[in-house]
Design a protein around this ligand. Structure first.
Ligand SMILES: CSC[C@@H](O)[C@@H](O)C(=O)COP(=O)(O)O
Length: 367
């Protein structure tokens, strides 16, 4: 994706090879800040405190964290310890454990002396793989958008999305937003309804910023607006990302996604989920019962951060002193409400047989 006309990824190794750099997303959309992560502790903190966020980007960042740690200790025990430490940074997005597992299982097969350099190369390969995967998701999703747009040739296609499953949530392209980028590049007129996504406002601050950088028409709406828009025929399709999908196709994503799926179902609006296979958790079946849901600080609900009239970043309190708040980060949408899963291997029904068949059938696209 281009920022001010320059193509960038969301994570990259430094020229001296001593660290990785990331965009500190806490400061967007008002300030562009890059942070250097040179130790596993810094990587853990950047994930837990959401300097980086979005399931695929969390995974790749953790892979680099493991690679940095390998320079200090690369025994089997050290790898296991580093993996457990990083996996604990955020519990819901399975891409984190997926990426560290890919790293550890490949590194264990190597002599200890070769592990540090191999780990760095492997983390870079995972980053490249993420880009190729998301580009493929974009191509498959574009086919859906084209066929929906053909029903309304004289107006833009209205897509609603929740949270940020765009470029900033991955290494490049995004998952749910990748088809929108590709539609825009192909000259298909698209307009995006962007849910603000309380409490951390990833839609209002990140998705809106990304789409603005790309020149894609969009409108930010309060989270409660989607149902009304759908009742009035103003949404042609919903596309969201996901943090973990169970074997039978239940989809965990940012809190509030389930309500959008219910509204879409009630109004006959297709509800698609963009899912790289790194987000599939084939060990779980009943997503509602089994997917761990991250509970974050109540302060994210009681307070809100933005820019004041002087341009200063400020945090203000919304709630009365002493009112308790609860902050679940994610919810689960049952498979029956999902029209289809847009994956790098094609568009699948959110059903166990289709998912397992695709898992067995074809490899992920080459980086
Ligand atoms: C391609 S990102 C998919 C999901 O990770 C995304 O939709 C989401 O819920 C992100 O949540 P976040 O808490 O900002 O990490």
């Amino acid at each position: 994706m281009k920022v001010a006309g320059v193509h960038r990824r969301t994570i990259w190794p430094t020229e001296d090879g001593e660290a990785v750099e990331i965009i500190d997303q806490r400061h967007l959309p008002h300030e562009w800040r890059v942070a250097r992560l040179a130790q596993i502790d810094a990587v853990h903190h950047a994930i837990a405190d959401m300097w980086v966020r979005g399931a695929p980007l969390i995974g790749v960042t953790a892979a680099y964290g493991l690679a940095l740690q390998c320079r200090h200790a690369a025994t089997d025990a050290a790898l296991t310890e580093a993996k457990a430490y990083l996996d604990g940074a955020r519990p819901t997005a399975v891409n984190l454990a997926w990426a560290t597992e890919r790293m550890v299982s490949a590194l264990r097969a190597l002599p200890e002396a070769e592990r540090a350099s191999a780990a760095w190369a492997l983390a870079a390969a995972l980053a490249d793989e993420d880009v190729a995967t998301n580009a493929a998701i974009g191509r498959h999703g574009l086919d859906i958008l084209r066929s929906l747009a053909a029903r309304h040739p004289h107006r833009p296609l209205n897509v609603l999305t929740h949270c940020n499953a765009g470029w900033l949530a991955t290494v490049d392209w995004g998952t749910a937003i990748a088809p929108i980028y590709q539609a825009h590049e192909a000259g298909l007129a698209v307009h995006v309804w962007v849910d603000e996504t309380r409490p951390r406002n990833q839609g209002a601050s990140l998705t809106a910023w990304e789409l603005g950088q790309a020149g894609i028409p969009h409108t930010v709406v309060a989270d409660n607006t989607g149902g009304h828009l759908m009742q009035h025929g103003l949404v042609d399709v919903v596309i969201v990302g996901t943090d973990r999908v169970s074997a039978r196709g239940d989809v965990c994503n940012k809190i509030g996604t389930y309500l959008k799926a219910l509204a879409a179902h009630d109004n006959g609006v297709p509800f698609y989920v963009a899912m790289p296979f790194s987000t599939l958790d084939p060990t779980l079946n009943d997503g509602l019962a089994e997917i761990p849901i991250e509970a974050r600080s109540p302060r994210e609900v009681t307070h809100i951060t933005g820019r004041d009239a002087t341009g200063r970043r400020v945090e203000v309190q919304l709630t009365p002193d002493g009112s308790p708040a609860l902050n679940y980060g994610f919810d689960v949408t049952p498979a029956r409400l999902v029209t289809g899963l847009i994956t790098e291997r094609g568009v699948l029904a959110a059903q166990e047989a289709a998912i397992r068949d695709a898992l067995a059938r074809s490899p992920s696209p080459a980086p």
